[in-house]
Design a protein around this ligand. Structure first.
Ligand code: SAH
Ligand code: SF4
Ligand code: F3S
Length: 451
């Protein structure tokens, strides 16, 4: 099979799951490039294929199983192909063994705490030609200065902390990502300054719960303090916009709201996963707040931060959720008037406390509930977007829109997609756009050359 591409020496990474994983894949890519491997755009052209996996819901796992099935045939045709499985799924209790049994063609399994070992592990596979497994069960440390090969663009991800201590009863993440570990502020500041020098315009600070940032750093700094330091990072042509995800509604402090309100770089977009609107269910989920506290928090944000957009994650069908609980969720959605929401059907995750609850909601019921929820949220999202008609929004221009010639696309500070006529010269700039028309998923507008 001559493809014209030398396969040995090339790699391809398939990433599943959240931004954390997307960014971890950029680190995996960085390490492979440092070893002299080159990226193959297509999986079929790669000598090394890595799957960076997610196990937050069964659907994510099924995608990995099905890709591994396809890779079995590929390995039969090309026995020198190296197949590695890393990320959250590999870290799950008993999963490495299951993967080895089901997919004997996998050469390498590595956990979330072993990412930095990739170069050594690949060398072992190449030299010994026998399967290698490295899944450290603990919580891992932090390895600084790993090479990163970022996706091209204006936006860069920066991990500020690893792990999660919250143990929401439905969630697998704390089991596969370990305990919270914060990066030292100076390492984060150095990285962000470096990104500014490399012409990135926006950073997204990543952590499962960024509000916990610094709790393990002996009172040295908290998340608001980190944002203040980043705000002060004055550089010519440096990072202009800062976003973060995800923050937990439970510990979103007044000081944090004030810091964001006073900041010119931190965008006025608040992603605050609510998960449910029923106090009974919130308690069973171990979320640590009530619907009243949550709605109060949103009010406080809206009062203090002009033009704030608020988005959320909501789950339906948690064990024991009855009609009344679900109606409480719908009611909260009506009151909160989210700009948008990621909606999920509860999925049992083995090993989590909720998995052993007796009163699981029937699948048909969950489906009906999510449809009703999506319908309601879509109507509200459109209303919220319509409220932006006539307003002037700052937009970071990302590129030309695929929807038509002469159209540019970018994101507003509130995180909404905005499309407007303009020329390529504006790409990479922050411009002012007057919103002329609102749709469900995006806004259209016209460029105001002068603010
Ligand atoms: N740390 C973040 C995100 C975690 S995962 C946070 O706390 O918000 C992203 C979303 O997946 C969660 O907000 C939740 O809505 C959803 N999720 C997590 N576990 C789930 C499960 N077992 N079933 C369905 N959705 C789940
Ligand atoms: Fe999961 Fe809760 Fe941690 Fe988010 S805060 S990662 S939902 S345990
Ligand atoms: Fe999935 Fe792991 Fe992220 S389980 S959602 S990839 S932290």
């Amino acid at each position: 099979m001559a493809t014209g591409i030398e396969r040995k020496g090339t790699y391809h990474i398939v990433t599943f799951g959240c931004q954390m994983n997307e960014h971890d894949s950029e680190v995996l890519a960085g390490m492979l490039e440092n070893m002299g491997y080159e990226q193959a755009d297509e999986l079929k052209d790669a000598g090394i294929v890595l799957l960076n996996t997610c196990c937050v819901r069964e659907t994510a796992e099924n995608k990995v199983f099905s890709l591994l099935g396809r890779l079995r045939r590929m390995k039969q045709e090309r026995p020198d192909l190296i197949i590695g499985v890393g990320g959250c799924m590999s870290q799950q209790e008993g999963m490495a063994r299951r993967l080895r049994q089901m997919f004997s063609h996998v050469d390498l399994i590595f956990g979330t705490h072993n990412t930095h070992e990739l170069p050594d592990l690949i060398r072992q596979v190449v030299q010994n030609r026998s399967p290698v497994q490295a899944v450290w069960p603990g919580s891992g440390g932090i390895t600084e200065n790993l090479p990163v090969k970022r996706k091209a663009g204006l936006r860069a991800w920066v991990t500020i902390m690893y792990g999660c201590n919250n143990f929401c009863t439905y969630c697998i993440v704390p089991y596969v990502r370990g305990r919270e570990r914060s990066r030292r502020p100076e390492d984060i500041l150095d990285e962000v300054a470096d990104l500014g020098r490399k012409d990135y315009k926006e950073v997204i600070l990543l952590g499962q719960n960024v509000n916990s940032y610094g709790k393990d750093l002996e009172g040295l700094i908290d998340f608001a303090g980190l944002l203040e330091k980043l705000e002060q990072l004055d550089q010519e042509g440096g990072i202009e916009w800062i976003r973060y995800m995800t923050s937990h509604p439970r510990d979103f402090s007044d000081r944090l709201i004030e810091t964001i309100a006073a900041s010119s770089k931190v965008c006025e977009h608040f992603h605050l996963p609510v998960q449910a609107g029923s106090n009974r269910i919130l308690k069973k989920m171990n979320r640590g707040y009530t619907r009243e506290r949550y709605l109060e928090l949103i009010e406080k944000i809206k009062t203090n931060v002009t033009g704030a957009t608020i988005t959320t994650d909501i789950m339906v069908g948690f064990p024991g959720e009855d009609e009344k609980d679900f109606n409480d969720t719908l009611d909260l959605v009506r009151q909160a008037r989210f700009d948008s929401a990621y909606t999920f059907v509860y999925n049992t995750r083995p090993g989590t406390p909720a998995a052993s609850l007796a009163d699981q909601v029937p699948e048909a019921e969950k489906k009906a509930r999510i449809q009703e929820l999506i319908k309601l949220q879509n109507a509200i999202s459109l209303e919220r977007n319509l409220e932006e008609e006539g307003t002037v929004q700052q937009v970071l221009v990302e590129g030309e829109s695929k929807t038509g010639p002469g159209l540019l696309i970018g994101r507003s500070r509130g995180g909404k997609m905005v499309v407007f006529p303009g020329t390529q010269g504006f790409v990479g700039q922050i411009v002012k756009v007057q919103i002329t028309e609102a749709h469900l998923a995006q806004l259209t507008g016209k460029l105001l050359l002068k603010g």
